[in-house]
Design a protein around this ligand. Structure first.
Ligand SMILES: Cc1ncc(COP(=O)(O)O)c(C=O)c1O
Length: 432
């Protein structure tokens, strides 16, 4: 194996910024990861971090869970790729997913979460004969043009319009996306009813990043969709199999028409899916191909057996009685303990927590919508999290983090000690 600096040189030559995706850590905090196990990741030089990124939430069992590794190894020796024929393992996973999700009747495979939200939007347009999709300001639904609007705007959006976060997205696509503030039922109703004639669907992250829905908000969105004949799409890419086995639909007791999944459903492998009512999902029925009303949904990696093996092994573990109670309770305790440390240093910050997701936010009370986060001291969040990285805690600065079932009490203790050190460092810095 080469050294970290040799890998950096290689990466910088061939990858923009020597980086993966949009994450460019400060110099000195760009690692080359060699391996991972349980709650920990290790770089090529042997340094170790406690990992709270957990595959952006995909690894609810932690890294290299023995059941997942064994399933993938066995599958690799049987068949790594099938196209045009369903594999036994893909059928098993599909059945397990449909059985797990409240109200689900059918699913189609995708490779990623982005693809799942893209197909869900397409299916909503096809079913209604309408064009527009309403999304919420600050919500993330992936990398495609329709998801790119009003994701991380620096200023509040001019509702119902929003700016795309990427160049190259056609204005015609951006113009089909309506933007409303999350947790604001009145504004949502006003925008949705104004565009009702052409509103195909409303897509929502049931927990928007780390912002919880206000009591009744999701139920209100459900009723509004029924009233306007609009398709309700839950983006469960993060919340699916995370908040509960039946995802946010079970956790908040609200049923969507379509739901997009990825991450945990693939156990860390390339698997996503769109799940929902038969009449909507069956628009992708192959026998309809070439006819009006057919929704194209196909890809070389769909139902990939290696990903399906990882997903199936993961979901089986999640059916262990008490799995979610235990994970969510342990996360709540960690958050309380972190809040205690922050308080002991007089730091004006809260630990926002939903299920097994948490984030330190430098604000006085829980955010209700994206603009609350804009108004808060975001640079303090990033500075604090960046310092946590230096102290051995792997997070993406300014983003929510995940607890897995592999995190131990020892990990939590070390996390608290790291938070304590960071509080002292930040205090010293502000007094300089
Ligand atoms: C809520 C949500 N939707 C969609 C996506 C896109 O998923 P993917 O990265 O698998 O394309 C993500 C990714 O983080 C996500 O968090």
């Amino acid at each position: 194996m080469k050294s970290h600096s040799e890998y950096r040189e290689m990466a910088e030559r061939v990858l923009p910024g020597g980086a993966l995706g949009t994450r460019l850590s400060p110099e000195g905090l760009r690692w080359t990861i060699a391996s991972a196990s349980g709650s920990r990741i290790t770089d090529v030089d042997g340094n170790e971090w406690i990992d709270y990124i957990c595959g952006a939430g995909a690894l609810i069992l932690g890294h290299q869970h023995p059941a997942v590794v064994e399933a993938v190894q066995q599958q690799a020796s049987r068949s790594m790729h099938q196209y045009g024929n369903l594999s036994d393992i893909a059928i098993e996973l599909a059945a397990m997913v449909v059985d797990a999700i409240p109200g689900a009747e059918r699913m189609i495979f995708t490779t990623t979460g982005s693809e799942a939200t893209f197909y869900a939007m397409r299916a909503a347009r096809a079913a209604t004969g309408r064009t527009k999709i309403l999304k919420f300001e600050g919500a993330f639904h992936g990398n495609h043009d329709y998801a790119s609007v009003a994701v991380t705007p620096a200023e509040p959006s001019p509702y119902p319009r929003g700016m795309s976060f990427t160049s190259g997205a056609p204005q015609a696509a951006i113009d089909t996306v309506l933007i409303a503030p999350y947790n604001d039922p009145e504004r949502l109703r006003q925008i949705a009813t104004e565009h009702a004639d052409d509103l195909a669907g409303i897509i929502i992250e049931p927990v928007q990043r780390i912002i919880s829905p206000q009591p009744g908000f999701l139920q209100g969105v459900r009723s509004l969709c029924d009233e306007l004949g609009t398709v309700l799409i839950f983006d469960e890419v993060v919340t699916g199999f995370r908040l509960a086995y039946g995802g946010a639909q079970e956790f908040f007791r609200v049923q969507a028409d379509l739901a997009a999944y990825a991450k945990i459903v693939g156990g860390g492998g390339p698997v996503g899916c769109v799940v929902g009512k038969a009449d909507l999902v069956d628009q992708a029925h192959p026998a309809r191909s070439g006819n009006p009303g057919f929704v194209y949904a196909s890809g070389t990696l769909h139902g990939n057996p290696l990903g399906a093996a990882a997903g199936l092994a993961t979901l089986r573990e999640l059916t262990t009685p008490g799995f979610y109670e235990n994970l969510n309770d342990r996360t709540a305790r960690l958050s309380e303990d972190i809040e205690g440390v922050l308080e002991s240093h007089g730091r004006q910050a809260i630990v926002e927590t939903v299920g097994s997701m948490w984030q330190i936010l430098h604000m006085d009370e829980s955010p209700r919508k994206y603009t609350d986060l804009l108004a808060a001291d975001r640079s303090a969040n990033v500075a604090f999290d960046t310092e946590l990285l230096r102290q051995g805690i792997n997070t993406i600065p300014g983003l929510r983090r995940f607890v897995s079932s592999a995190h131990t009490d020892q990990d939590f203790q070390e996390t608290l000690e790291a938070v304590d050190r960071v509080c002292k460092i930040m205090k010293d810095r502000s007094e300089d």
